[in-house]
Each structure stands twice: as C-alpha cells, then as structure tokens.
Design a protein around this ligand. Structure first.
Ligand code: PMV
Length: 348
C-alpha cells in the first residue's frame, strides 16, 4: 500500500493498578505481574496526521501540540518512544507526523497521563500500520498496540482494553505475557462490574520522583525479591477473589499493594515519602468509616499523594455521601474526579 497522507484519532483511558508494577528489567520488561481496572473518565485524545516525506530523513519528523499549543518540552519523550518502536513500525521515517493531544483531566492534577497518552499514540500508529496492511487481524492489532504502548510507558500497555487488564507473565493467568497486557481471561464476579474510583486530588504538583527513576530504585533494593514474590502471590489471591466476589479480601490485597508500593519508595536508596499529611488523613477516615458502616470502600495510591477511592456500584450512594462530607475537605481546592471502570480505548 502506498498512502500519501491521512489522519486518525483515538481516545484512550488511564488505568489504576490493583497489583502494582514497580521495578523493571531491560526493554520495559516488568519485574512482576500487575493488574488494573481500566478507567473511563480520565483519558487522552490524540489525533495523528501523517504526510509522506519526499526524501527519507535521518531523525523523526514531527510536530507536537498539547491542548492546542506547540510543546517542545514533550518532544524528547516522543523521540525516545519512536526510537524504541521503529524496528516494529518501519514506516515511522517515511512520514511527517503532527501529533495533537489533550487530556480529559486538568493538566497538573497530579494524575499521570503517561498511560493514557502513550496508549493513545500507540493506537494511532497502529491504525496507520493497519492502513498499510489492511488484512491485519483485530486480535493482532490490539496485542501489538499494547506491545508498543508498553515501550512508551509500562503501565500504558494496560490501557488498550477494559475492563480488567493483566500484564506480566503469571503461571496461573493463561495467555499472560511480559510483552503486552491482556484482557483478564477469567469470569469475574458481578460485584466487580461498574466499580467506582473517585480520585481525590490531594496534591496537584509535579511528581517528586519520575516513574523511570522509581522503577530503577528497585535495582539493588533490599526488599526487591520479597516484593516481586509477594506481587505474584497476590495475583493468585486476587484471582480467587475475582471469582468469589469477596470484597473484604479485595480490600486487604488492594490496600496492602498501595502501602507496599509506598513502603518500597520509603526504603530505597535514596528514599522518598510521596504521601502528604492529607493522604494519611483520608486513609484513616476510610478505615474509620469502613469499621462503622461495614461498607466495602477501600483506597489505592499510585506513585504520588492522590488517593483513589474504590467502591462497588451497589454501595455508591452511601460511599459518595461519605466522600463528599468527610474526604473532599482534604483535597487541594476541593478537587476530585469521579471515575469508574471503563471498557478501553475508542477510535473516532
Ligand atoms: O508506567 P509507569 O512507568 O509510569 O509506572 C507506573 C507505576 C505505578 O503507577 C506506580 C503502578 C502501576 O502498576 O501502574
């Protein structure tokens, strides 16, 4: 196929890990398997326009716009992404690209856009690959999009599909791979359908530690081996929990994973505390409320101070009342985002 020019748009969601990916080997291979809920509201929309170049170029030819403004500062990330994936997408040097991207969530909300951003770009590039190879199978498209997204940002490989995605080889998860995320292959108890995630924006500042630096802290970490084993064990536990619909045990695994992630950062060299006082206030309030109400609300954290509050559809009214009355006061400027489990990226 000889295609001169075109344009493609994908909207790709963020995701929240239940079992955390923290630590990696060469080529974005995870040190342990992870699993996440795909989100719905938090997403990146990317339009990729492409035009065939007359002469081949030595570097990559592209412009990058973030929320309508040209952004030079994002370019090095794109260049390193293109460099990593060029052997899998040989057309990259034949075109000039215009990348226009925007997020559904406010910039500097402390919400990482790397998962949604890198997966949206990977999907746009795969759409060009498909135009060039029209016989490509849907299954191959999804797998390769996840594979490419992983090379942009590890957790991005869990943002292509929904509603639960697993990434990293695990002996009990059929089809699991270190190279790409897969839709969780087993039947899940209905209580996990339409799960809610209210994201409390405790600190909207820039991340203290980039995730690349964070993953590197797991090299020579005194507790690395134990942690990687624990993640594998937790995956087995979670597999049963998903089957049985045991929300009490779900809470235990999810909160332990969040605190372990932070414990790894607190015990690395150098060490970091990424929680803020209000993060702990919120955690304590959730524990108090859970004891009092016996409802199934729990929290998770990513590598920052914001708190993701997770709860099932059938408890949403009571839990949301509690969030509004007791937790929002701890958010920076009272800001929070109501999200829920989502079903993956969409093409426009
Ligand atoms: O995808 P990265 O390299 O930004 O790493 C993400 C790591 C965590 O968000 C902390 C955990 C996870 O599994 O998403």
């Amino acid at each position: 196929q000889n295609i001169q020019s075109g344009k493609v748009t994908w909207k790709s969601p963020s995701n929240i890990a239940l079992i955390k990916y923290w630590g990696k080997k060469e080529n974005q291979i995870p040190a342990n398997p992870s699993i996440s809920f795909t989100l719905d509201a938090c997403a990146t929309t990317t339009t990729l326009s492409f035009e065939k170049l007359n002469n081949s170029v030595t570097g990559f030819s592209f412009d990058f716009y973030f929320e309508g403004k040209e952004k030079e500062s994002f370019k090095p990330k794109i260049i390193s992404f293109f460099t990593r994936i060029q052997s899998y997408l040989p057309f990259l040097k034949d075109y000039h690209f215009t990348i226009e991207t925007s997020n559904s969530f406010p910039h500097s909300s402390g919400i990482a856009s790397s998962a949604s951003g890198m997966s949206a770009l990977a999907l746009c590039l795969m759409s060009i690959e498909k135009e060039l190879n029209p016989n490509m199978e849907e299954k191959y498209f999804t797998k390769k999009a996840s594979f490419l997204a992983r090379l942009g940002s590890g957790s991005a490989c869990r943002s292509i599909e929904g509603d639960i995605v697993e990434w990293g080889f695990h002996k009990e998860i059929s089809g699991s791979s270190d190279l790409y995320g897969i839709k969780y292959p087993f039947e899940v108890h209905p209580v996990f359908k339409n799960f809610h995630d209210t994201i409390l924006l405790v600190d909207k500042g820039e991340k203290q530690v980039s995730s690349t630096a964070g993953h590197n802290l797991m090299h020579n970490h005194p507790f690395a081996r134990e942690r990687f084993k624990q993640a594998n064990d937790n995956m087995s536990f979670l597999k049963n929990i998903f089957k049985e619909g045991n929300l009490k045990k779900f809470t235990e695994i999810v909160e332990s994973e969040a605190l372990t992630l932070h414990a790894m950062m607190m015990t690395s060299v150098p060490y970091f505390v990424l929680m803020k006082p209000n993060t702990l206030q919120i955690i304590n309030k959730i524990w108090e409320f859970r004891k009092k109400s016996n409802l199934n609300v729990c929290f998770t954290l990513d590598a920052g101070a914001n708190v993701h509050v997770l709860y099932p559809e059938e408890e949403k009214f009571d839990v949301f009342e509690f969030i509004k009355n007791e937790l929002v006061a701890y958010c920076q400027n009272g800001h929070y985002i109501c999200d829920r489990i989502g079903y993956g990226a969409k093409k426009f």
